[in-house]
Design a protein around this ligand. Structure first.
Ligand code: FE
Length: 189
C-alpha cells in the first residue's frame, strides 16, 4: 500500500473505514455500489480515469460518515458538493467532469434513449421530475458540447446498473493501479 500515490492511499483508507458495511444489510451498500460501478467500468475497458470516476462518483456519501474529514470540506454541504470538492482537489477533469455531469446525464438519456426510461427505478423517476424531467432538444444539444459528455453517459449507465444484491466484485485494492494512474494526471484546482 505504501508504494501507491498519496491520493490512492487516501481512497483506500476511506473505503477501509467503511469496510464493515460491505456485507451488511439486505440492500446494496454505498460501498458495494461504488465497487460494482468500478467493476463494470473496468469490464467495459474504460480508461483508468473513468474507472476512478466510477469508483468515486458518490464519494460524498463516504465522506459524510467521516466527521474527521468533514470540517475541512464544510460539514453543511450536500454530499454532491462535498464529493465534487473532494475530487477537484485530487484529480483532473477526466475524473471530475464525468462525476459532475452524471446526474444530469440521466435527463439526457431520458431524452435520447426511449428504452432508458424503462430501466429507471421508482425513486429515480421521482427524482427525475424534481431535476427537471427529460432534457429538451436545446438542452441535449448543449450537453453534447461538453468534452466529457460521453464519459458521463457511460458512468451513468454503470451507476444505474450497480445495484445488484450480493454481486461479487473485486475489493478496492484491485483498483489501486487505476487510482494511481488517474491521480498521476494531477488536479486542476
Ligand atoms: Fe451512484
Amino acid at each position: 500500500m505504501d508504494n501507491h500515490h498519496p491520493v490512492t492511499r487516501e481512497v483506500l483508507h476511506l473505503f477501509h473505514a467503511h469496510g464493515g458495511s460491505r456485507y451488511g444489510g439486505e440492500n446494496v451498500s454505498q460501498l458495494e455500489h461504488a465497487l460494482q460501478a468500478a467493476y463494470f467500468a473496468e469490464r467495459d475497458g474504460a480508461p483508468s480515469t473513468l474507472i476512478a470516476a466510477a469508483l468515486l462518483h458518490d464519494v460524498g456519501h463516504l465522506l459524510h460518515d467521516l466527521p474527521a474529514d468533514a470540517p475541512d470540506q464544510g460539514i453543511d454541504d450536500r454530499h454532491e458538493t462535498l464529493g465534487a470538492r473532494w475530487l477537484a482537489s485530487r484529480f483532473g477533469p477526466a475524473v471530475c467532469e464525468p462525476v459532475n455531469l452524471h446526474v444530469i446525464a440521466k435527463r439526457y438519456l431520458c431524452a435520447i434513449d426511449p428504452a432508458y426510461f424503462g430501466l429507471l427505478s421508482a425513486p429515480s423517476i421521482q427524482s427525475l421530475a424534481l431535476q427537471g424531467g427529460p432534457m429538451n432538444a436545446e438542452e441535449s444539444r448543449q450537453f453534447e458540447q461538453h468534452p466529457f459528455h460521453q464519459e458521463a453517459v457511460r458512468l451513468r449507465r454503470w451507476d444505474d446498473a450497480a445495484k445488484v444484491e450480493k454481486l461479487a466484485t473485486p475489493y478496492v485494492e484491485h483498483f489501486a493501479g487505476h487510482l494511481d494512474a488517474a491521480a498521476a494526471e494531477g488536479h486542476g484546482a
